[in-house]
Ligand binder design. Structure first.
Ligand code: ADP
Length: 424
């Protein structure tokens, strides 16, 4: 519009001052001015196009104004799209970072392009130093190198790396965009330990049952062969041994059932209250019966309170500790059963002047079938499960087992309970 006015003004002025020639000169002048003006707008456009920043788009009038406005709109939309894309990429990055599994992205030369924190920890890598490096220069174990070469087509790899000793990792590789690979890592150390424990447990149970079963069958066969030939006392002694072995098997199965019950049952309700004074009196009577006068048994539980928990389970745990004191204390020894109120709550302790236990065994005593002296445990009727049961029961009552012992001096086993469990 401005251009048209300028042309008209210049032509009009030319015609007014110089007639036809004047009008022509005016038109030429107007055309030149228009050209200069167009060039100026174009120059602004070129300058902006070299560095197209939003908000810096040149200002223009007329057609140029429309062009610049259209460009500004386009540029704004583009900036919004870039922002949305950046935010969505960031969300994906944060999601991959938050995954409870390790993730490594490898480029088509198997160099680390991106790695999350979990993968850094599992593989013992450091993103700051290791991004950009070929992964097989960092993890050189042959099993991993082969896994990488075949792009994991043989299935997941179970892998232990020297960079993170003691851990078992399960890895999976998946190809994606343009020859890249995504490496997924799961730390299966705990699952592996559980699987090993389960295998060991089945092997131990089978072994523990097989021995008395073999003895029982052996004596029953001998008794059968001797029937009619051997004197009845001899046959009776074979049968007695077979019954004894049968009893051992029953004890073992009872303990196994107790343990599995403790593992599967819900913890005892908090509302049930157990009188520890009464419970300890029962334990005393049973300990005296088991000792059969071979030990002195002292009880100190005058100020024993009530405890929230299951009386059946607590009875089983306390009796286990007292029974062990009898079984592992030679004749003439002393056993003390007591309840102590402490600042943190209270504890039920059984002390003895028995064989004692060497330091290296103490932390393992609550493992199933762990025994310091296998022969001694068996001969005294032990199953190797007693302290495992005690530990379970105490955990279900929010308590814990503490053991102090010295070889040749004696042992103290204490079941500790927090104040929250005690009713005064
Ligand atoms: P076990 O049936 O073999 O007694 P436990 O789980 O009750 O099984 O005990 C595990 C092991 O701890 C026993 O085999 C024994 O070696 C040791 N032990 C437990 N209590 C005592 C104790 N009071 N004195 C010495 N050793 C003990």
């Amino acid at each position: 519009m401005l251009n048209v006015i300028l042309v008209l003004v210049l032509c009009g002025a030319g015609a007014f001052f110089g007639g036809r020639e004047g009008a022509l000169a005016g038109a030429l002048l107007a055309a030149m001015a228009n050209l200069v003006w167009q060039r100026r707008a174009l120059r602004h456009l070129v300058r902006w196009a070299r560095n197209p920043e939003l908000g810096q788009i040149p200002y223009g009038r007329g057609l140029w104004g429309d062009v610049f406005a259209a460009l500004e709109l386009r540029s704004r939309r583009h900036a919004e799209e870039v922002l949305a894309l950046t935010q969505s990429t960031e969300r994906f990055r944060l999601a991959a970072q938050a995954l409870p599994a390790g993730v490594v992205i490898l480029d088509n030369h198997r160099r680390i392009e991106w790695i999350n924190v979990e993968a850094e920890a599992s593989l013992g890598l450091d993103a700051a130093h290791d991004v950009g490096k070929p992964i097989n220069h960092l993890l050189r174990e042959p099993a991993f190198v082969e896994f990488l070469e075949t792009s994991g087509q043989g299935g997941p790899l179970e892998f232990r790396t020297q960079r993170n000793p003691g851990h078992v990792l399960q890895m999976q590789l998946a190809p994606f965009a343009q020859g890249r690979l995504i490496l997924l890592i799961r730390d299966i150390t705990r699952l592996e330990k559980l699987a090993t424990m389960r295998r060991d447990f089945v092997a131990n149970v089978s072994h523990e049952l097989k021995t008395p079963l073999t003895v029982t069958l052996g004596f029953l066969e001998t008794a059968q062969d001797a029937l009619g030939d051997a004197p009845p006392e001899e046959i009776a002694s074979y049968l007695r041994t077979a019954i004894e072995q049968g009893g051992r098997m029953r004890c073992l199965i009872d303990d196994l059932l107790t343990l599995s019950g403790l593992e599967t049952d819900a913890p005892p309700p908090l509302e049930e209250s157990v009188s520890l004074g009464d419970l300890i009196s029962e334990i005393k009577a049973e300990t005296l019966a088991l000792s059969a006068g071979k030990h002195t048994v002292v009880v100190a539980a005058a100020n024993a309170p009530k405890l929230r928990g299951s009386s059946r389970e607590l009875h089983s745990a306390f009796l286990n500790l007292a029974t062990n004191a009898v079984r592992y204390t030679p004749e003439g020894g002393h056993i003390r059963i007591e309840w102590k109120n402490t600042s943190a709550g209270g504890e039920f302790c059984v002390s003895d002047t028995g064989l004692g236990i060497a330091e290296e065994h103490i932390s393992r005593l609550t493992e199933r079938f762990y025994r310091v002296d296998r022969g001694r445990s068996r001969s005294s009727g032990g199953t190797g499960l007693g302290l495992a049961i005690v530990k379970h029961i105490l955990e279900r009552h929010g308590g814990s087992l503490h053991i102090e012992s010295q070889v040749g001096v004696g042992s103290v086993f204490c079941a500790r309970f927090s104040a929250a469990r005690i009713i005064h």
